[in-house]
Design a protein around this ligand. Structure first.
Ligand code: NAG
Ligand code: NAG
Ligand code: NAG
Ligand code: ZN
Length: 609
């Protein structure tokens, strides 16, 4: 038994610890996501929550749904065989290239992967198209780039990070790339890929009219296809997909958890839920822009960025494709929700650039036409509910200078449980699957007509202007934009319609773009960027000051004060609790819970991109 004096000493020590913890807490707490969004004035946006809420216990007895491989979905090998058949039947217009990568060797082991790259050119594959595909280099291309670049510049995304120059003139045929199946569990995406490939292989008025029943649309599509070369990767992540197709083994943990040496698997209990590649790396976190930063709610088993940028075979393969094909547009097709996202992934604020503003307007219209407005449109880092570092899209835009890089989320049930991966990511009724595949393929074709008509500034049109057609689309309630973005859209609209003095309007647009605020999100290494770095360039700081006056945002002092008071309360309760439990149990264990207190309000939904 301990003497009372020793107990007192303990209580005092713990009290001192609590005071210290409280000080640290108060400091950390300065970053509050909600307050930050308010501070820079991000607008509310349309984020429909789509899905079916099942009654409690609905799936208890039969377990969660699994893919119906017999009647509804196709396994990867079956699908690949069928795609090769389709391509084989139209050798004049279609070609398929198999590419292989070993990835970076880590501890004497490689992680090999391959992709099939399907190419379609209406009227016949040109020598230029075939040359681009046939000259896709080996992993050496990636290694050369890694050697020639300062990866710190890319991690910081500073002005020294420069895109790879393009060799091919941009006024020729438009090259577009569609990626499917980056995440294994999103099996609806590979269904869309197969449908898209089949539809292209026989595209004509006769085949497209029964599906889309709109002659103007079909004529526009066929005209566009005459000047666009489409590249499709039907399944980027074959190894992940194979895990998803493997039935669970009662005796072993699911593969994701084996990879992470986890001893529990309450959250994602099934192989159907597998997300990273076969060695546990998320390919959508393995690219150089902002690589290796970890958000505060980082989930190692879901979004491990790998031991080095471009260490994984999947991003290496795509890097090699982009380097040779030099696309003007990429669409990375995922599922888990309904969404159409623009860069960046690393920030909740959309970049205020002419082509992105035009794209959100166009995509908002496409969303109404093909998805009855169900999709969330805007900056990925806001729309998806979390920021991501080292993502595919952020690199494709910055590193390859691709003007149109979008991520599409083509299906999802918002109201399912985490463990129910089949229904979270994929339609589970046959008719529903057909409708989704048809509608998003329609959207893909219409997106191609936009590229062809020059509606996205910089692609067959001046880079700094809206066309009249884009200007006519009402300003949408998309995610990740501020008054500066709306002002820019209005200014660009005036220019398109010839309202006001042209030079004055251009100067206005430039000025509002310059005043776009920025947010530096907290990371595990830098949990409080506000203190270390104001997070705003001087012009941004100014606009925030103006906004504060205009909308009476609570003064920062006041909110800090309330947070400080909050942490005093925690301290007092902490002291009370600790002292009481000390005298009750004579032993105190703070356990692991103490570390989570300072995290900002999570705005993560779940991992879709
Ligand atoms: C899992 O354990 C193995 C063997 O101990 C080790 O080599 C590997 O690095 C571990 N993986 C992770 C992600 O910690
Ligand atoms: C491959 O799919 C798995 C399973 O969904 C996923 O975890 C992983 O991130 C994917 N890999 C790549 C390179 O996309
Ligand atoms: C697909 O498009 C049709 C017709 O445009 C529309 O009625 C239907 O609701 C769409 N399906 C979905 C899932 O949005
Ligand atoms: Zn995904």
């Amino acid at each position: 038994m301990r003497r009372p004096s020793s107990g007192l000493a303990w209580a005092l020590a713990l009290g001192a610890f609590c005071l210290f913890a409280h000080t640290a807490l108060g400091r950390q707490h300065n970053f509050n996501v909600k307050e930050e969004f308010k501070r820079v004035g991000i607008f509310e946006c349309s984020q429909p929550e789509v899905g079916i809420q099942r009654p409690l216990g609905y799936y208890r007895e039969d377990g969660y749904p699994t893919p119906d491989w017999e009647n509804m979905y196709s396994k990867l090998d079956v699908q690949t065989r069928r795609i090769y058949e389709v391509v084989g039947q139209n050798p004049k217009e279609m070609h398929i290239q198999n590419l292989y990568s070993e990835g970076l060797e880590i501890q004497d082991s490689t992680a090999s992967a391959d992709i099939d790259l399907v190419v379609y050119e209406r009227g016949g594959l040109s020598a230029d198209t075939l040359q681009a595909v046939n000259s896709i280099g080996s992993d050496q291309v990636v290694e050369d780039w890694l050697r020639e670049n300062n990866l710190e510049d890319w991690r910081e995304n500073n002005e020294r990070a420069r895109p790879i120059p393009r060799k091919r003139p941009t006024d020729g045929k438009l090259r577009v790339v569609f990626i499917f199946g980056e995440h294994g569990r999103e099996i609806v995406t590979t269904e869309m890929a197969e449908y898209f490939v089949k539809l292209l292989s026989e595209a004509s008025v006769e085949t497209l009219m029964p599906i889309f029943e709109d002659r103007t649309f079909v004529d526009d599509v066929l005209a566009a296809l005459d000047e666009v070369v489409i590249h499709i990767v039907p399944c980027e992540n074959k190894s992940g997909r194979r895990i998803v197709e493997t039935p669970d083994d009662e005796d072993t943990y699911p593969r994701t958890y084996q990879l992470m040496n986890k001893t529990t698997h309450s959250k994602y209990p099934s192989n159907i839920c597998h997300r990273p590649n076969s060695r546990g790396v998320d390919p959508n976190r393995n690219w150089p822009v902002k690589w290796g930063n970890k958000p505060l709610d980082y989930q190692a088993e879901q979004e491990f960025g790998g031991p080095a940028p471009l260490s994984e075979p999947e991003p290496r393969l795509l890097f090699r494709v982009y380097k040779s094909v030099e696309p003007i547009s990429t669409v990375n097709v995922h599922s888990g929700m309904h969404g159409i996202f623009m860069p960046p992934d690393f920030s909740p604020l959309m970049e205020n650039e002419v082509d992105l503003l035009a794209q959100v307007k166009l995509q908002d219209r496409l969303n109404d036409r093909w998805m009855d407005g169900k999709s969330t449109v805007g900056a990925a880092g806001y729309a998806v509910g979390y920021v991501a570092y080292g993502s595919h899209n952020d690199f494709v835009r910055t590193g390859f200078g691709v003007p149109s890089t979008q991520t599409w989320e083509i299906a999802g049930n918002w109201f399912t449980q985490f463990q129910n991966c089949m229904e979270t990511y994929n339609p589970i009724l046959g008719d529903e699957l057909k409708e989704y595949v048809r509608n998003w393929t329609g959207m893909a074709l219409e997106h191609i007509t936009h590229l062809h008509k020059g509606l996205i500034p910089g692609i067959r049109s001046p880079p700094n202007e809206f066309s009249k057609e884009v200007a006519e689309i009402p300003n949408p309630h998309v995610c990740g934009i501020t008054q500066a973005h709306v002002d820019a859209m209005n200014g660009l609209g005036d220019i398109a319609f010839g309202r006001g003095d042209r030079a004055e309007r251009f100067a206005f647009v430039e000025e509002v773009m310059r005043r776009t605020p920025t947010i530096v999100m907290p990371t595990l290494d830098n949990p409080n960027p506000i203190q270390k770095n104001s997070g705003l360039p001087p012009s941004g700081q100014q606009i925030v000051e103006d906004l504060k006056k205009k909308v009476k945002i609570r003064r920062e002092g006041a909110s800090n004060y309330s947070l400080m008071m909050g942490s005093y309360t925690i301290m007092i309760f902490g002291l009370l609790f600790v002292t009481l439990s000390f005298y009750t149990y004579r032993r105190v264990s703070l356990g692991r819970t103490g570390r989570r207190g300072w995290r900002p309000r999570r705005y993560r939904v779940w991992d879709v991109v």
